[in-house]
Design a protein around this ligand. Structure first.
Ligand code: GTP
Ligand code: MG
Length: 191
């Protein structure tokens, strides 16, 4: 999949601020620093359209991007970053949950986990939330290039036992998993 035109649309907190129109949307969700922005850039074929940072927890609002006037990507603020001020941590939940439960355009939640780490409670909670809400979701293991072949295979096997067999191994560096994830996205968006 090649995206010809990718652009930032808007940053939103409350539903009134979400962009208008009925383009299908795909949300990207995961712990701070897991690689959401990098994965979105890699899907869109852009270097730094979605801002990445060495400082975790920088994305505090929902950021909407549009690809070829066909669909939108929504970068959700990361969870689980200890240094974020308590009041901001408090505001994360309603902001993200409101979007996930009250957005008819939402077709798929891409849930990111780090390929190097074991299952974390907050990631499981996120997956269970999607299941309970009846949202379509796709698990993705990021930063797969940071592991050797054997370590990656054994970690994936362990993660798949928790998060399901459909987990896609991804690398924003090498493009591993990109075609598979695009197929899933297009299929969810009815294309
Ligand atoms: P927040 O917006 O702060 O929650 O972070 P994020 O989830 O958007 O993560 P981001 O994409 O900014 O990536 C965090 C760091 O991990 C950056 O230094 C990235 O370069 C690095 N990174 C992300 N994905 C990959 C990957 O697939 N491979 C490698 N080697 N590094 C990655
Ligand atoms: Mg980010």
């Amino acid at each position: 999949m090649q995206v010809h035109k990718a652009e930032f649309i808007t940053s939103a907190g409350r539903p009134e601020e979400y962009p208008a129109g009925d383009l299908p949307e795909v949300a990207f969700c995961g712990r701070s620093n897991v690689g959401k922005s990098s994965l979105m850039n890699s899907l869109l074929g852009r270097k730094n359209l979605v801002k990445t940072s060495k400082t975790p927890g920088r994305t505090r609002r929902l950021n909407f991007f549009e690809a070829d006037g066909r669909l939108r990507f929504v970068d959700l603020p990361g969870y689980g970053y200890a240094k974020v001020a308590p009041d901001e941590r408090q505001s994360w939940k309603p902001m993200v949950e409101t979007y996930l439960t009250q957005r008819p355009q939402l077709r798929l939640c891409v849930l990111l986990i780090d390929a190097r780490h074991d299952a974390m409670k907050s990631d499981l909670e996120m997956m269970v939330f999607c299941q309970e809400q009846g949202l379509s979701y796709q698990m993705v293991a990021t930063k797969s290039d940071k592991l050797g072949r054997n370590a990656l295979q054994s970690n994936l096997a362990r993660l798949r036992r928790v998060f399901g067999a459909r987990l896609i191994a991804y690398s924003a560096e090498t493009g591993l998993g990109r075609d598979e994830l695009w197929n899933r996205i297009l299929e969810s968006c009815g294309e």
